[in-house]
Ligand binder design. Sequence first.
Ligand code: K2U
Ligand code: ZN
Length: 175
Amino acid sequence: MAMQPLVIAPDPRLKKVCAPVDAIDDDIKRLARDMLDTMYKAPGIGLAACQIGVLKQVLVMDCAGKDQPPEPMVMVNPKVTWSSTEVATYEEGCLSIPDIYCEVERPERVTVAYTDLEGAAQTVEYGGLWATCVQHEVDHLNGKLFIDYLSTLKRNMILRKMRKLKSERAKDEAE
Ligand code: K2U
Ligand code: ZN
């Protein structure tokens, strides 16, 4: 189990469409373990493989409440196959865009088809925070960030702030 360094925006790896996984082999199982380890230690409730620099269609989630037993979920090659017409708004953050939170409107319920770590085809329907989280992570695997749903003005303001923060972090690390 190993926590991996997070990719911080702006970074081209967060804008790429991740490659589908051909086989659920030991490398993919190790990747999923590292992603869950990284997610729990961040801490977060979701993580996409591209956020640790691996451009493969793998995501992990655990949206179980703090006082509930963990419910780790691993999805390989996830696809949203149905979305409700009803929408829900949630103040989203992102482990790759630190300290930025904005309201994002998304379908309230979704159905997701994916392959599990045993190689079995699965389908699950989500509502609530699980639905918001899985859409956020599937977006990551398709090179989309939650700030892409904002107005051009607001998104560019945030991108300028992120570039400034990233260059300041680089200077601090160089000292
Ligand atoms: O992909 C990520 O960056 C992890 C996201 C997942 C997420 C974003 C928005 C809404 C739901 C999930 C978060 O940074 S994990 C942090 C977090 C923790 C509790 C509630 C919401 C977000
Ligand atoms: Zn994110």
